[in-house]
Ligand binder design. Sequence first.
Ligand SMILES: [Zn+2]
Ligand SMILES: [Zn+2]
Length: 177
Amino acid sequence: MTQYKWFIPIESMFYEALYYYYIHNWGIEPMPSNVNTQKEALIRNGKNWPFRTHNTKARYTCHNCKKSWKSSHTTMIWRAHRETSIVQIRVEKQGCQRCNRKCQVSSIDEEELEIALDWMCIWILDIFYGVKNEDTNEDRDKPDETDESKAPHDSVRCEAGTKGTCRKCNELKKKHR
Ligand SMILES: [Zn+2]
Ligand SMILES: [Zn+2]
């Protein structure tokens, strides 16, 4: 489970968030590695497993060369299954600019996790309980450009970008069309 270090704080925070939103009986786990998160595949399975993509900020550390970087355009994907009441979450990999290895996310700030889990609960309420949150403003989870990490987004090494789920990559593609 060491490869899922980023997941450890999520579990307890998830239950706190559920409690806050009065949602019961859901569990959360890292998405199994054999789940295809290409956008088309997610859409194809969307009937059984509705999904959502979320832009967050996270830190990556390369296991090979130890290079570390922070990305404001990190793609989180979660999907949920009503019958088993389970939410699966994945943070897509990014490539190391020094040695080109694909790297797993190493950590996500608590503040960012809180925002993500907030969105997750609002989403669960909407999708499975038909409860719309009127305060939901989609603009709020747009990629944040005013971040300390000034480096441009590395679309070539962004796994979510190649799968069509990275908001930043999709935005860049639109501009270049
Ligand atoms: Zn590296
Ligand atoms: Zn991207």
